[in-house]
Design a protein around this ligand. Structure first.
Ligand SMILES: Cc1ncc(COP(=O)(O)O)c(C=O)c1O
Length: 412
């Protein structure tokens, strides 16, 4: 028999965060804790189907007017309009001026990919693979790959995390923007930065916007955690809305995986804000072509759940309550972990645990300390030291705090 035509295919390493969860599942130790996964967990350590989602799913099941025909290529109109509305705000001038368009996508990742594909084809010249794309250092690892797979050849990190002060390196960030070639694309986390849990303040966002405007840089917001940072949808959308009010043309990739708990429904939205209706129309016409060759047509269930919820004032209020429940649990776990580490006298400072926001905390644990926690304590977290605060529960907090204490005191 001839050798396989696939004989030269190299084995790719598994995606770290999914590998971690697989290792966690296989671990037979009763003390095991998963702080790696990027999903919400209840205080019982279980996934949460939001009560409002349960209710809306029932409404959908009982609605005999619905069927399983194809949607429009760009997605369910009432979903797209409502999704953009919660990103830009009820009285967004851009929406009123009819210069906002959107594309329903397969999760936030799909929105990033459609946006990246479009920019590569049509932004700053045709098929411009040389335009630099800047992503924060560190960032959600998929940002690099999505833009690379869309064809961009020059993906650069911009300063973001100052490890020594465990906070934002605003000066480094602004310097990178000052020295970036004109028309560079900057991927900005709208809120609850993954993995650092550290966002610019409104004043810092104003500085960022001023430089970006002066240097003609393109803002591509990634909004995967709206509601998770502060518990308020409006507060968490402040940066995006500020940029729109400053007259930027921009993209905003939204994910409803986290704030609706619809991880496997793959529901996201790409909001496009342009100068006028005509520009947006032409952009969307090209995006429609990209969708056609990518997934051809989007799935309806997640979009229907989100659209039904957002278009009913009562269900919308219920959803905001559900989001607040999740955000409040994260806040509680932050303060509980910090107070335990401080009570134990764990070397170092731990105020960053409560100062950071969103689902994740960048603990400052080094790779060796992480390895100790995984191997000796059955506590699973990313090598970067990022932990998902929702992996903590009232039952495992003491164990996790003591284990971190041991790791920090034993291993430098
Ligand atoms: C920063 C960031 N952007 C985008 C996404 C994509 O989410 P989705 O699962 O909706 O594709 C995630 C998910 O972890 C994320 O953390």
């Amino acid at each position: 028999m001839a050798a396989s035509i696939f004989a030269a295919v190299p084995l790719s390493p598994p995606v770290a965060v999914f590998k971690l969860t697989a290792d966690f599942r296989e671990d037979g130790d009763s003390r095991k804790v998963n702080l790696g996964v990027g999903a919400y967990r209840t205080d019982e350590g279980q996934p949460w189907v939001l009560p409002v989602v349960k209710k809306v799913k029932q409404l959908i099941v009982n609605d005999n007017s619905l069927n399983h025909e194809y949607l429009p290529i760009l997605g369910l109109p009432e979903f797209r309009a409502n999704a953009s509305r919660i990103a830009l705000g009820d009285d967004s001038p851009a929406i009123k001026e009819n210069r906002v368009g959107s594309v329903q996508s397969l999760g936030g990742t799909g929105a990033l990919r459609i946006g990246a594909d479009f920019l590569r084809r049509w932004y700053n010249g045709n098929n411009n693979t040389a335009t630099p794309v800047y992503v924060s250092s560190p960032t959600w690892e998929n940002h690099n790959s999505v833009f690379m797979d869309a064809g961009f050849k020059d993906i650069r990190p911009y300063h973001y995390w100052d490890a020594a002060k465990r906070g934002l390196d605003i000066q480094g960030l602004l310097n990178d923007m000052e020295s970036a070639p004109e028309s560079s694309i900057f991927v900005l986390h709208a809120c609850a930065h993954n993995p650092t849990g550290t966002d610019p303040s409104p004043e810092q966002w104003k500085q960022i916007a001023a430089v970006m405007k002066r240097r003609s840089l393109f803002p591509f917001f990634d909004s995967a955690y709206q509601g998770f940072a502060s518990g308020s949808l409006d507060k968490d959308a402040w940066a995006v809305r500020f940029f729109v009010s400053e007259g930027f043309e921009l993209f905003c990739a939204q994910s409803f995986s986290k704030n609706f708990g619809l991880y496997n429904e793959r529901v996201g939205n790409l909001t496009v804000v342009g100068k006028d209706a005509d520009n947006v129309k032409r952009v969307l016409s090209q995006m429609e072509k990209i969708v056609r060759t990518t997934w051809s047509n989007p799935p309806s269930q997640g979009a229907r759940i989100v659209a039904t919820t957002l278009s009913s004032p009562q269900l919308f209020d219920e959803w905001k309550g559900n989001v607040k429940t999740m955000a409040d649990r994260v806040l509680l776990m932050r303060s509980e972990l910090r107070s335990r580490l401080e009570a134990l006298g764990t070397p170092g400072t731990w105020n960053h645990i409560t100062e950071q926001i969103g689902m994740f905390s960048f603990t400052g644990l080094n790779p060796k300390q992480v390895e100790y926690l995984v191997k000796e304590k059955h506590i699973y977290l990313l090598a970067s030291g990022r932990i998902n605060m929702c992996g903590l529960t009232t039952k495992n907090l003491d164990y996790v705090a003591k284990s971190i204490h041991e790791a920090v005191t034993k291993i430098q």
